[in-house]
Design a protein around this ligand. Sequence first.
Ligand code: HEM
Length: 452
Amino acid sequence: MNETTTTLPLPPGNLGLPIIGETISFLQDPDFADKRQEKYGSVFKTNIFGRPTVIMVGSDANRFLFANENKYFIATWPPSTRTLLGSGSLSMQLGDVHKSRRKILSQAFQPRVLASYGITMQEMTRRYFQQWEKMETFTWYPELRKYTFDVACKLLVGTDKVADSHLEELFEDWCNGLFTIPLRLPGTKFNRAFRSRQLLLQEIETIIRQRQQQPSSGQDALGLLLQAKNDEGNQLSIEELKDQILTLLFAGHETLTSAIASFCLQVAQHPDILSKIRTEQAQFDFSQPITFEDLKSMTYLEQVIKEVLRFVPPVGGGFREVIQTCEFQGYCIPKGWSVLYQISKTHQDQNIYSQPEQFDPDRFSPDRAEDQPKPFSWVPFGGGMRECLGKEFAKLEMKLFAALLARNYEWELLPEQNLDLILVPTPRPRDGLRVRFQVLKKPDGVFTPPGN
Ligand code: HEM
């Protein structure tokens, strides 16, 4: 910091009421940032979750924030999120501890390991499709949540059949408290979420203790954490292990459920896009499992998935704490304040994307590549040293799911349902996406057997 920085003006905006600031409108008004951006520009101040906060919109803001991690900014979350994640969570860890835990965990997401997840993911996906085929009409969102949770449990902690247990319901209550005012009063969302956290930790401890009995712990995330040593050469504490697994199970399914549901919704509403996906899929031998090489050559599907993550990013933005006063676009960003970078607003920026309000996978075709001119224009997974650890895992699961779905099934949105999105904690259609799900009839009337 130098003297010039501190004499610069603060960003425009309104700090709202004492303590509560503008938290209520932030949580309830989906146009909160739009309205202020219109009035004040792309950098403005507010007061949310008990702290003065600068909201920054756009690819330059993203770059500034990601490049200055640990210099001007450190990760932080609102008090409700911090309490529910726990101090041992990767998302809460800072500095060297964060670096060392990230290094350990990233081994569970290396290409070699991901390639070994591919077959299990496909088997599990096919099993869920067969169940849905029998159900025929149903509400998809809760089913998708079971599916992604089952996959996360199997591949990240090596546990089978967790989807049958009540863990998943506990997670739902826990998630609903993530962005709330942290009042531990009976009946509040936060209170319910806090109770769920305690029950989840008990269940996770049982899973960890069982794994500790097994001599070879394997290469999944839990196995790696069990073998890891901290700086003093000791094993990680059970308290940290529980928080780390809680974060991974949450991050490993909640965002993916939202992303996959958005794919299903958008593609159902754009039959032309579905037919282009099917044309691309037709070049593969459906009787063989999908390989990594196959996935790489599905370039149109890649564009569709990229557009889904642009259009409805599962994470709307991320918080940081300012640890050193700095300057951005002529404004002073004071130490002790929070900063919120905006994924969804960056993805709606007309300076980056043409007609951003339209769902158009061709914007990512090699000749248009609208996200390329400016770095950090497409940031569904964040960026820099806090970039999503599960990015490749998420893309793998989305792509396999989408390819198998388009090859073998048709799905139709049932009438009279509310498709408006609930945005917090992750976007999902208000009525949960009600569909009719059937095996795809080939044009000659021959059914494609499921699993082929
Ligand atoms: C479409 C799916 C997903 C999206 C959109 C997404 C998005 C994000 C974003 C935006 C961040 C960074 C937040 C920040 O800047 O503070 C993040 C961090 C993280 N994500 Fe994901 N994520 C997804 C799936 C996953 C999966 C499948 C896993 C695990 C298997 C995962 C694990 C994590 C972890 C552990 C972090 C914290 C990283 C750190 O602080 O170093 N995510 N994710």
